[in-house]
Write a protein that binds this ligand. Structure first.
Ligand SMILES: Nc1ncnc2c1ncn2[C@@H]1O[C@H](COP(=O)(O)OP(=O)(O)OP(=O)(O)O)[C@@H](O)[C@H]1O
Length: 360
């Protein structure tokens, strides 16, 4: 468990952040200048907070009250940056071994485990100059893991990659998040990455933690609309594969007693799948519609309506214990008479899919 309390100023900028992160991936999300990289630098020991305490399990990395400030190399914290920063004159193998040497620790992951996890067996004898951006980032992550860190931080590791390279590397990051057994802080402002990788979410806004907690809870908080522009409003649903509809290349996903149909996912029955549904993709009807092209209609109940002053209103729906957010015009909300407690039907136009819903 990583425990962070940081009070830091850098020129005009002030960062005051307090949160905890357990094993698995915690996304640090926020717009440009929110303080994400500064937070990473402070935890790594590259920037010194004015005050605070940073602990990894029972190891205190920084504690201003007790004069503790471990140097970078003793923190057992690895950082992967936007660019891979590999040594150009060393082969991939030697870059990876450098990571192991730099960490000077026994234990941790074995070379073969890391190479297998990241799928870089075939690259070992190449020089970094002959790697694609995605391959180089995988090697950089491997090097970080082989230093035997107790915390891995990744600061927008995919932001320099194009869509195809990102798609190539994301499955490896997903495996890393579930298999590494250490806390991972994943800095990103790409919500699709965050949904796929993270179980926990910390939202930074102007150097302050605007929200922190399980991904679903944070994304479903209707009041976070105030930090608009940060992400398209939406929610996360946890589902389970109920079966395949092979004739139409669709997969049935169970959500309590109800079901959704999504484009085919190669997953076994019972596997947990996390879905991200944008609020703009959820319409509301008072009766179950007939003869409709949208296949996904779920019985729900209104739990909260946030009107705001503009054209739109956010409506939070309960589907059993789960929450689904819908964005309608205020006029629709008025005409449908949507108030807390009203039974409705949610019409879902499209979803983004994340395999393996994690433990949350
Ligand atoms: N060395 C520095 N000296 C003074 N101010 C700095 C320094 N580095 C960063 N800042 C300021 O700190 C604030 C936070 O920067 P930071 O890089 O942590 O944001 P970020 O959320 O990572 O942004 P981005 O998404 O653009 O990388 C910004 O206002 C920035 O101008």
């Amino acid at each position: 468990m990583l425990d962070v309390f940081i009070d830091l100023s850098r020129g005009e900028f002030a960062l005051q952040a307090s949160f905890r992160a357990g094993v698995g991936a915690t996304a640090i999300f926020g717009r440009s200048g929110a303080g994400k990289s500064t937070l990473v630098a402070a935890i790594a020991g590259l920037v010194r907070p004015n005050a605070g305490r940073i602990a990894l399990g029972d190891r205190v990395l920084f504690d201003s009250a007790h004069g503790i400030d471990l140097p970078v190399r003793r923190r057992r914290v690895a950082v992967v940056f936007q660019e891979s920063r590999l040594f150009p004159h060393l082969s991939v193998r030697r870059n990876l071994l450098y990571g192991r040497w730099a960490g000077r620790r026994s234990g941790g992951s074995s070379f073969d485990d890391v190479v297998g996890l990241l799928g870089i067996e075939a690259l070992l004898d190449r020089k970094p100059g002959r790697l694609s951006g995605g391959e180089a980032q995988r090697v950089a992550i491997g090097r970080a893991l082989l230093s035997g860190p107790e915390l891995l931080m990744m600061d927008e590791p995919l932001s320099h990659l194009d869509g195809a390279r990102r798609a190539e590397i994301l499955p490896f990051l997903e495996r890393l998040a579930t298999e590494s057994g250490i806390p991972i802080l994943y800095v990103s402002h790409a919500m699709d990455e965050v949904i796929r990788l993270a179980d926990q979410l910390v939202i930074l806004d102007k150097g302050m933690v605007a929200a922190a907690g399980p991904l679903e809870d944070v994304l479903n908080r209707i009041d976070l609309g105030a930090i608009s522009g940060l992400a398209e409003a939406g929610s996360v649903l946890m589902t389970e594969v109920a079966g395949q509809v092979t004739d139409y290349a669709l997969t049935r996903l169970a959500l309590g007693e109800q079901e959704l149909l999504v484009p085919e996912i190669a997953a076994a029955t019972g596997e947990r799948i996390r879905l991200r549904v944008l609020a703009d993709d959820v319409a509301i009807a008072l009766e179950r519609p007939k003869a409709l092209s949208i296949r996904n209609v779920l019985a729900a109940e209104v739990t909260e309506v946030a009107h705001g002053t503009g054209a739109h209103a956010d409506v939070l729906l309960a589907i059993g214990p789960q929450r689904l957010r819908s964005r309608l015009t205020r006029q629709s909300v008025a005409e449908l008479g949507l108030v807390a407690g009203k039974p409705v039907f949610a019409l879902i136009k499209s979803v983004a899919i994340r395999r393996g819903g994690g433990e949350s």
